[in-house]
Design a protein around this ligand. Structure first.
Ligand SMILES: [Mn+2]
Length: 238
């Protein structure tokens, strides 16, 4: 077992901590943390099907996940959380767990290797109505309202909004091909901006994808992979 893995998770879409898959995810991750197998932990969004803002409502609902973050902190694991389209406005309160929270696609350096990371919901630049809604939900006004409003109320309203936030990709070949094309185009553009980046990793599309191109690799994490996707901290695949 590699002692220094970078472990990536996305699109687990847990509704509650009572789900079997959540319990398995938690037990596995807890073991890996306790056995010092992980050096960096990266959450690439939509880990929860709905988690909006810092309210007690969500902190109670996902309290054992917060304990995991605490455990990671104790073990000096660098933890990154990229917000998805189902989990947002988490920045302020995740800070107390020493989690780096990102809301936009970002180039991150881990050891000597550069990773371009994002949830993946901004890949389709032509989907203007989604991008507008995304901007609105993340505006300072919305953040203010979400932080002030009771969590259970936010949850209720957000649940009604979720169909609009939903990943439109179904597992049908045509859409899959279209998203693959978008992902590769997008990556090419980003690679031009960040020539040293070695990995371009995203989620959101709900099917896993891996392609090596020249000196870089494009990875989509797919849906519901509770084991996570591991890369050695030296930058090679496990
Ligand atoms: Mn998503």
């Amino acid at each position: 077992m590699d002692q220094d893995q970078i472990l990536f998770f996305s699109d687990l879409h847990f509704h509650s901590e009572n789900e079997d898959s959540y319990q398995r995810f938690k037990a596995q991750l807890e073991n890996k943390i306790k056995n010092n197998e992980i050096q960096v932990l990266v959450f690439l969004g939509d880990i929860f099907d709905l988690w909006i803002g810092p309210s007690q409502f969500y902190q109670r609902k996902f309290s054992s996940f917060l304990k995991l973050l605490e455990l990671a902190q104790t073990h000096k694991i660098r933890t990154l959380y990229f917000e998805g389209n189902h989990d947002l406005h988490l920045k302020k309160f995740l800070k107390k767990y020493a989690v780096e929270v990102y809301t936009e696609p970002t180039l991150v350096k881990i050891k000597e290797t550069e990773y371009f990371l994002e949830h993946g919901d901004q890949i389709d630049k032509k989907d203007k109505s989604y991008l507008r809604l995304r901007g609105f939900l993340r505006s300072a006004l919305m953040r203010f309202l979400i932080e002030k409003a009771p969590g259970s109320w936010v949850h209720c309203v957000a649940k009604k909004l979720v169909p609009k936030l939903k990943n439109k990709t179904k597992s049908n070949d045509e859409i899959k091909k279209r998203y693959q094309k978008l992902l590769l185009e997008n990556t090419k553009e980003q690679k031009a901006n960040h020539p040293k980046a070695k990995y371009f990793i995203s989620g959101h599309m709900h099917y896993s994808f891996e392609k090596e191109i020249n000196d870089y690799k494009v990875i989509n994490l797919g849906f519901g992979n509770i084991d996570g996707f591991a890369i050695s901290s030296k930058g090679s695949f496990l």
